[in-house]
Design a binder for this molecule. Structure first.
Ligand code: 1HN
Length: 337
């Protein structure tokens, strides 16, 4: 059999030779398709405003611009395994209730009274609040006061990979005021928890992490200890019941760097999405420097070497990543140069 006949016979039998692809399948270190990429808020905001004129939240179901990684054209993803989008809800609009197996987090960029209801518990969102809508929890958003814009972080590529997507729309969704507003924070956000069943899904019970609280905790922590040389001060947002990641597939972090601090190069297997909250910061990713203004969003692919340099003010950043998946699967690694 000639080589050509052999190759053709393999293809006809729906098999392929591993030896041609093995080095690409089993790499010494991660080779993400995603590239480091920065989306500037100054460029994004006018596009969102235009989206607000092009379509209503109701028609769109969710009026979102997906942050498409240029290394994965048409992939609807921001890193290989993470999705990020920017969502606009105008005053008086409602983004209707739905639930799905994808887990989502919102990191609020602008809001003057907009709300999200999770299983009927309605919370008002303020800038830089973190709001979770975990797997299979009903959620809807409402605009109030002024246009609201937030960063949506989802595990869509992870759920697609496992072909585990299920969704329901409207139907039996609880009304946004069907439980006392803030009941979840009262039950699980005060270093207490109910010991008898309360009739709600409570595996990820706390869904609102207000900026006013996390900023104060981060500042106090930063003032009381030395920053990690490679990461600065980092605190993880946690599920109060487990002490683990905020959701089953996604981890979220608050970062603080003292003014002028420059971290050493740091790699981790988890890919991440970062945004700047306060101050100014330059992120150098695999040697390329990106200067961030508040609300700019940047993709940090798996195993990229990351250095963060704070400007003349302390820098506060927020990030989310797939780290908890790596940890649960025994995959998480880091490297400190
Ligand atoms: C979703 O449910 C929201 O609820 C936003 O705001 C973006 C992207 C894909 C799938 C579900 C939301 C989403 C999404």
């Amino acid at each position: 059999m000639t080589t050509e006949d052999f190759n053709n016979s393999l293809a006809a039998a729906d098999v392929s030779p591993l030896w041609n692809v093995m080095a690409n399948l089993v790499t010494e270190t991660p080779r993400p398709a995603a590239r480091p990429h920065l989306w500037r808020y100054a460029d994004m905001r006018p596009l969102l405003v235009a989206a607000g004129e092009a379509i209503t939240a109701e028609q769109a179901e969710r009026r979102v611009l997906i942050l498409e990684n240029p290394g994965i054209p048409g992939g609807h993803r921001t890193t290989d395994s993470l999705y990020a989008g920017l969502q606009l809800v105008l005053p008086g609009e409602v983004a209707p209730a739905h639930r799905h197996t994808q887990s989502a987090m919102r990191f609020v960029f602008e809001s003057e009274g907009a709300w999200t209801a999770v299983d009927g518990d309605k919370v008002v969102m303020h800038p830089f609040d973190l709001v979770l809508t975990p797997n299979w929890r009903w959620h809807e958003h409402g605009g109030e006061g002024a246009p609201a814009i937030w960063l949506d972080g989802l595990d869509i590529p992870i759920i697609s990979h496992f072909s585990a997507g299920f969704a329901e729309r409207e139907g039996n969704a609880p009304a946004p005021d069907s439980v006392p507003p803030g009941i979840s924070a009262a039950r699980w956000g005060s270093n207490l928890k109910p010991i008898h069943p309360v009739g709600v899904k409570s595996d990820h019970p706390l869904f609102h992490y207000p900026f006013a609280q996390w900023r104060q905790a981060l500042t106090a922590h930063a003032g009381a200890s030395d920053p990690d040389t490679h990461c600065g001060h980092v605190m993880e947002f946690v599920n109060p019941v487990t002490g683990g990641a905020v959701m089953s597939t996604l981890s979220a972090f608050a970062h603080h760097l003292p003014a002028g601090m420059k971290t050493r190069p740091y790699r981790q297997s988890a890919g991440a999405v970062f945004t700047l909250v306060e101050g100014s910061a330059t992120l150098t990713i695999d040697g390329t420097a990106y200067a961030l203004e508040p609300r700019d969003v940047i993709a940090v692919p798996s195993w990229a070497a990351l250095e963060i340099h704070a400007g003349s003010e302390p820098a506060v950043l927020f990030s989310y990543s797939d780290r908890t998946c790596h940890e649960k699967l025994g995959l998480w690694r880091e490297q400190r140069d």
